[in-house]
Ligand binder design. Sequence first.
Ligand SMILES: Nc1nc2c(ncn2[C@@H]2O[C@H](COP(=O)(O)OP(=O)(O)OP(=O)(O)O)[C@@H](O)[C@H]2O)c(=O)[nH]1
Ligand SMILES: [Mg+2]
Length: 462
Amino acid sequence: MKPFTKILPQFKDVKLVTNRDNYEEIYQSEQQSHSAWLLDETELIWEFIEELAEADDKSSHDKPLNLYDFYIAYNLKFSSDVSLLNKSKVLQSGLKDFSELLNAVIRAGNGELNILVTSDKLKLKILQQFIYLRIFLPVIVDGQTHNQAAGEVGIFGTKKAGKSALINALLGNEYAVSSPMLPTPNKVTYSAANKDAKEISLTYKNSAQNFHTVNDLQKFLTEKNSLANKNSETLDEMTIALPDFPAFLNGARLIDTPGSNFAAGKGHADIIQKTLVEVPNAVFVMNYSQYLTQDELKLFDEIYKQFNNAKVKRPILIALNRVDEIFDSEESKSYERVADYIHYRLTALGYENFLVIGVSVIQAVYFDEITRLIEPPATFFERMINYFKKFFVKPVPLDEQLKKLKTDLRGTDKVSVVVFVRNILTDFEDFHSIVINNVRDLQKINRINYLKCLLHNFIQNR
Ligand SMILES: Nc1nc2c(ncn2[C@@H]2O[C@H](COP(=O)(O)OP(=O)(O)OP(=O)(O)O)[C@@H](O)[C@H]2O)c(=O)[nH]1
Ligand SMILES: [Mg+2]
């Protein structure tokens, strides 16, 4: 998978916050050029952003500081060697802190950059800063070779966190049943089908059956899940082999699990525990707007014990889901404020070795859906024609295409997908001044891509 360095408009320079109280200086500076701000490690980003928001309220400026687009991270001091590489050529070594690293990255431009460090701990710390700044660059620990062999990734979370939706977002199609009503009643493993397989195949209770379309599979799963839900039961585990399995997973299997705090009881907890000991990689899905509930904390602790103990040390990826709700909420005008707050809370409780990354799973699923509707999968020949058409036919702007889709789909449940995507695009225009005119450019604002890159870089074998 090609690492990408550009998702949202990039800052042009790097500035240190030297005086935390100087709102006016920051405000003026931001008006002149969009910068990456770095805060001393002894401070707290989430607190600082809250202060900026308060200062904004008190200030006499007509236009507030755009906290949606305020890029901030910690200026980590490096006590061991950190280098910036272009492919495998060293561009700069002996970098002494994060600001030096960032300046070197900006100077290097858009090459195939990566960062070389000497410890796993520093790798995670640097990656977390990149996530805050919405850049993705691979960070490699010197001497470690990435294990490309297939492992498993368990997706865990409390009920309705968006686990099944995340499975769909990662797999690029709506295989899993994701719904406000129906809970997932079992462990479901999604794997790559054999090379020559054309159909989706599902193994359940030792027998296999094939499905011609994703819809057929959804129908079957919905029926099974509804029945289990009606009887408050769990189901036996299922394995689903997909011919269309995404390459970034390196063949690793994705495992959907039930919600940990489901009222129906112990069955769910048993499935989660059993899966936790089996999988070498975990993604913990949390709700962005709830700031770490007791149920979430309890489950995180269970995951942590499996992944960080005397025998194993494996990083846990925390997907802070539903960041699309940011635009509805007055107080959380910044992804980084919430992500850093969760990071701070967990660190204060003694946890380490995890990354927090804000995502909107539903956005990712709907972007995929819209892309399929506007640009259905094409044969090689059709793709060639489309390629040449581009030179002669004026492209229709995405919003026009969406308006037409809405009319065409009237009366079907797909209309809500179009409405959702149009709202998101309006939000991006209003809050980030980003206008997306081409359906392919939806991927530029799709934060799930960070998670895909991280998974690509983290997946390990047992
Ligand atoms: N707004 C918003 N809604 C989301 C997002 N992700 C999931 N949802 C919604 O949340 C509901 C629950 O999603 P699921 O994927 O079924 O959640 P789950 O964690 O698998 O739920 P259980 O299997 O019951 O534990 C669905 O209605 C989703 O559409 C998101 O990023 N934003
Ligand atoms: Mg589910």
